[in-house]
Design a protein around this ligand. Structure first.
Ligand SMILES: *Cc1c(COP(=O)(O)O)cnc(C)c1O
Length: 375
């Protein structure tokens, strides 16, 4: 099997895989499960500096996005969708599905939103129940400054839903400091657990908005409110995927045991971006998240040609992209366990080998540049 250097799922450390194979109790009837679940949620709250509540739900990252929209949206609600990427735009579907009216604020997919332009927009129109933002829009690598944008929305009394699935644990997130109301994460990105779990962090304000609805939440599985009293009641809305959660617990501890995981992501990302840039490749966005490097497919070759050689001859799996970016860019996922020097060297060596074999000029030794940058 090729080594995963994709932007999720990422590589999973052995202790996480082992934890998932252990014997387990019945999470429906054993009150110990609620205790163990709470210990993980408490750690997640601390990591994101969240004075609200964190919950783990059974479903990959997309569930968190849908759950946020399902739990907040009432028929007729206007919702501002910050759209400068494929995941950014994708929120509009969830909002309309639950009866809301998405209002797209669209900009160039290569540029992050700035505080100034958001302020200018809101001065003209700010009648929104909540807004959706993506921290790292993974298909392009776009990094939006959620720490600047969310407080502006909060000034106008607009709740904020932040998709940080592909950024958190690799980019800093300050839930309280940024005044985020619902933060969404997934198990399979920089936290490096296998796919299957969503994590949501919920502010008191968001909780109050859910409780103060005039209409019931039009979902059971995606209803965040059903988790609110799990600890007091020792009750969950459905049988919790206990093995997945036991793995996640170890992944969280792996994260906490490292002195500076955010710094590691920054160093690896900078070195990788410098290497591909000096090679003559073009990084797609002006401000990239430190979890992924996205660069344009060079002229004269296709993404699949490069991907096939990297996978079949070098045993390295990176990916192309999808939707409007299909065929246009390639993505190296250096998030979580992937973001280490040895695997990055193998990846850049494979990329260099594939490009050379296809006759694409490469203007430097990418591995050498990468090493130089890290030194
Ligand atoms: C991966 C990802 C998700 C979750 O998608 P899955 O299909 O559950 O993996 C959501 N948002 C972003 C930005 C992501 O990168």
């Amino acid at each position: 099997m090729a080594k995963l250097m994709t932007a999720g799922p990422t590589q999973v450390r052995e202790n996480v895989r082992m934890a998932r194979s252990l014997m387990f109790t019945n999470p429906d009837v054993d009150p110990q499960f609620a205790e163990d679940y709470k210990v993980i949620c408490d750690k997640l709250e601390k990591i994101m500096n969240c004075s609200g509540r964190a919950y783990i739900m059974d479903g990959e990252g997309i569930l968190g996005l849908e759950a946020a929209c399902a739990s907040l949206t009432e028929p007729g609600d206007r919702v501002l969708v910050l759209d400068n990427g494929i995941f950014g735009r994708g929120f509009d579907g969830f909002i309309s599905m639950y009866g809301g009216e998405p209002v797209l604020f669209t900009k160039d997919y290569t540029e992050p939103f700035t505080a100034e332009e958001l302020r200018a927009y809101l001065e003209k129109d700010h009648d929104f129940k909540y807004a959706t933002l993506v921290h790292c829009d993974t298909p392009s690598g776009m990094l939006n400054p959620i720490d600047e944008l969310c407080p502006i929305l909060a000034e106008y009394g607009i709740l904020t839903v932040v998709d940080s699935v592909a950024a958190m644990f690799g980019e800093p997130v300050d839930f309280d400091g940024s005044q985020i109301d619902i933060l969404c994460g997934g198990s399979q990105k920089a936290l490096s657990a296998p796919p299957g779990l969503t994590m949501v962090w919920v502010s008191d304000k968001a909780m109050a908005a859910m409780e103060g609805r005039n209409t019931p939440i039009a979902s059971f599985y995606a209803n965040i409110l059903t988790f609110k009293t799990y600890y007091e009641d020792k009750w969950f809305p459905y049988t919790m995927p206990i093995s997945d959660i036991m793995g996640l617990a170890v992944a969280v501890d792996n994260y906490l045991a490292e002195e500076d995981p955010i710094g590691r992501h920054a160093r690896i990302a900078n070195a990788c971006r410098t290497a591909v840039t000096e090679a003559g490749l073009h990084v797609y966005v002006k401000k990239s998240a430190n979890t992924v490097t996205v660069f344009e497919v060079p002229e004269g070759v296709t993404d699949t040609q490069i991907l096939d050689i990297m996978k079949n001859e070098f045993g390295i799996m990176i990916t192309g992209s999808f939707d409007v970016l299909a065929g246009k860019v390639l993505r190296i996922g250096h998030m979580g366990e992937n973001a280490n020097e040895a695997d990055m060297i193998e990846t850049l060596n494979a990329l260099q080998g594939a490009l050379t074999k296809l006759g694409v000029p490469v203007e430097c030794d990418m591995v050498e540049v990468f090493k130089r940058e890290l030194a």
